[in-house]
Design a protein around this ligand. Structure first.
Ligand code: SAH
Ligand code: SF4
Length: 406
């Protein structure tokens, strides 16, 4: 979401005549797009602010702006704590900030500048903002607001524009992307995907992130049937224990979640599956954690993103005791990582000898091309290939995190 916000800001800056994305040493303005989902993300933003503070003193006329999820939560406090910080603005209302920049730099601006980086192959396209769920650990609904879907026609027009600029793969984006409802006619994500799928020249279509509760059969059918829709589903489960899921207010049981995956695997041959896990949530017992490990062994995801629970002020869970000691959180994190490394390796090794479709994203210094398969696995290609090419290659070896194909 922040990458998409960064891209959107770059476009808005170019429109008013400011050149986005120049190296920091040449820049007059630095914009920090922040995340508040875990304490670690906030700490990183604070340390970036420290670095930018000394960058600012190196030349007169420099300024620092901050946006993203920390802006809403801590805007006022940040302005007080970091005297070097000049502006804090809400991404949802960036027009006001842009108008201010235009006025401020008026004398130096000469109308819209072309956007650099037209060689972009992959693009994020936000289709729904905010989240209406109330998972007890999560800050997102507080900082990103209620769900608001963009008109399907607008999304389609933007997809056409992106493909026209050379984009081959689009990821439709939302905190809860599968609760998308087109304001025009009430149709959902499957219909929106069908619309974007028809954009001439688009090669691959993905979406991120889905709530298990809204993973309908129609959505699964869309993945199976639409030519550009990639056979990959990222479906965050968070925990493999029903009691923990209830405390998280996730509104599904492990059995319901597993049933969705079963239907997905039935309908979509070769489906790539990934998920998010939180370990050490308030009151997580050893048995509850074991249930998560059991589920991971049963489902056998391709990729698992695991995080230790980080209490977020203002959320419902913040009022409960953060009672799993840090050492236990770390140990559980390592256990998930160890288990998943083995499973990912086994799943990737099973692909040796099969053919995969790789959309080449770049070429490394040593001349080897890399990209991702339709199932979202990272793959290196032994033969020569150029960015933007879609190569069919045979997997010759595999590690837990990537494939080697020739
Ligand atoms: N909308 C998505 C997730 C958005 S947040 C969903 O419903 O799953 C991205 C991920 O950050 C979550 O899946 C969760 O695993 C993690 N996360 C969110 N809040 C967290 C917290 N307080 N502590 C640790 N991890 C958290
Ligand atoms: Fe946060 Fe996702 Fe739950 Fe929304 S659905 S509250 S974004 S974890």
């Amino acid at each position: 979401m922040n990458a998409a916000d960064g891209e959107s800001l770059a476009e808005q800056f170019a429109e008013i005549g400011m050149v986005p994305g120049v190296p920091l040493q040449d820049a007059d303005l630095a914009v920090l797009v922040t995340c508040a989902v875990r304490q670690h993300a906030e700490d990183r933003a604070s340390s970036h602010l420290g670095v930018l503070a000394s960058w600012k003193t190196m030349r007169a006329g420099r300024a620092i702006a901050l946006t993203g999820c920390m802006a809403g939560e801590h805007g006022e406090t940040l302005l007080r704590r970091f005297p070097q910080l000049d502006y804090v603005f809400d991404m949802r209302e960036s027009d006001g900030f842009m108008a201010r920049m235009r006025d401020l730099y008026q004398g130096a601006l000469e109308g819209p500048v072309p956007l650099p980086g037209s060689d972009r192959l992959l693009a994020y396209l936000p289709v729904i903002l905010g989240c209406n769920e109330m998972c007890t650990y999560c800050i997102v609904p507080f900082v990103r607001g209620r769900e608001a879907s963009r008109p399907a026609a607008e999304v389609e027009a933007q997809a056409r524009q992106l493909v026209g600029q050379g984009v081959a793969e689009i990821t439709l984006l939302g905190q809860n992307v599968n609760s998308y409802v087109a304001p025009e006619d009430g149709s959902g994500l499957p219909e929106l995907m069908a619309r974007v799928d028809r954009v001439p020249g688009l090669r691959r279509l993905r979406f991120l992130t889905s709530h298990p509760r809204n993973a309908s059969d129609r959505l699964l059918d869309a993945i199976a049937e639409l030519p550009t829709a990639c056979e990959h589903l990222h479906l965050p489960v968070q925990s493999g224990s029903d009691s923990c899921l209830r405390r998280m207010k996730r509104e599904y049981s492990v059995a319901e979640y597993s049933a969705v995956l079963e239907r997905a695997r039935e309908r979509i041959p070769g489906l790539g599956l990934s998920t998010d896990i939180i370990v050490g949530f308030c009151g997580e017992t050893e048995e509850e954690f074991e249930a998560t490990m059991r589920m991971l062994r049963q489902v056998r995801f391709d990729t698992v993103h695991v995080q230790a629970y980080s209490p977020r002020p203002g959320t419902a869970a913040y009022r409960r005791a953060d009672d799993v000691p840090l050492a236990v959180k770390k140990e559980r994190l390592q256990r998930v990582l160890r288990l998943q490394r083995r499973i990912s390796l086994e799943r990737n090794e099973a692909l040796v000898g099969t053919r995969v479709q790789v959309l080449v994203e770049g070429v490394a210094g040593d001349g080897r091309a890399f990209g991702r398969t339709r199932q979202n696995r990272v793959a290196w290609i032994l033969s020569e290939a150029r960015p933007g090419e879609e190569v069919s290659a045979e997997v010759v070896s595999a590690s837990a995190w990537q494939l080697l194909a020739a």
